[in-house]
Unconditional design. Structure first.
Length: 249
């Protein structure tokens, strides 16, 4: 085992998350929520707290969406309303949500950027003959647009709308490996969430890789035991450039 917590041997395929793995979604959310705060929340609101509230999804509305229990629009409206109620804004109902979402989502889309290490990582693995694909908890069409917008050419194999539910269900990871014609045990999954991505992929029989970028953890991830993750066989990497060596590529 290396300092990364690497697995021995070569994998044949690598499945990738998109948000906060290839694309700086946290940064895009920060810009969009700053626009929302300026328009709808008190002047002294803490923008860092607003961003953390959105990312941690304290009421579990996005998780309900990934389990197939609600639709994308409804989960976002409920999250917007909870955000406003938490930070002193007016309620966000059906009559006001469209205007709210035009500001939020429009700013969010215009702020999409790939991480600096993403293109070299993808190009390097592809040149090495590794099969690549995306497994995501967002809709396929949305992630295809996002990857195209940031200049990354990757097939979106499984989205939340493919099976009707998303990660951490093991079917999602196994289906991604199947579509790459790779055995799960010879397939790595790289994602930024320790439980939903790395641990769930590991439990599904894949090689789980937690991309623990410095300063990027959600509030509910600060207490994650990195040593325990590595002991369990999960690879922990601080950036995409560290992943190939950790996988023995």
């Amino acid at each position: 085992m290396t300092a990364f917590g690497a697995v021995g041997g070569r994998v044949d395929a690598v499945l990738l998350d998109v948000d906060d793995t290839l694309v700086d979604t946290r940064g895009a959310f920060a810009t969009a929520l700053a626009a929302v705060a300026d328009a709808h929340l008190p002047d002294d609101v803490d923008h860092v707290a607003v961003l953390d509230h959105w990312r941690t999804d304290p009421a579990g509305h996005y998780r309900a969406y990934t389990r197939g229990e609600t639709d994308h629009r409804t989960q976002r409206r409920l999250r917007a309303d909870l955000l406003h109620r938490t930070f002193g804004g007016a309620p966000v109902g059906e009559d006001s949500f469209d205007a709210w979402d035009e500001l939020f989502w429009g700013t969010f889309e215009r702020s999409w950027r790939a991480f600096d290490d993403a293109a070299a990582f993808v190009d390097g693995l592809r040149a090495a003959g590794v099969r690549l694909g995306v497994v995501t908890n967002a809709a396929v069409e949305l992630q295809e647009r996002k990857l195209a917008a940031v200049g990354l050419d990757l097939p979106v194999l499984v989205g939340v709308d493919t099976l009707g539910y998303g990660k951490p269900h093991p079917d999602v990871f196994v289906e991604g490996a199947r579509l790459l014609d790779a055995a799960p045990g010879r397939t790595a999954y790289v994602g930024d969430e320790p439980r939903i991505d790395a641990r769930a992929a590991h439990d599904a029989g894949l090689v789980g890789v937690w991309l623990d970028r410095p300063g990027a953890r959600r509030a509910d991830e600060h207490a994650v035991d990195v040593d325990a993750m590595r002991t369990a066989g999960i690879v922990v990497a601080a950036g995409l450039a560290d992943v190939p060596a950790a996988l023995g590529l």
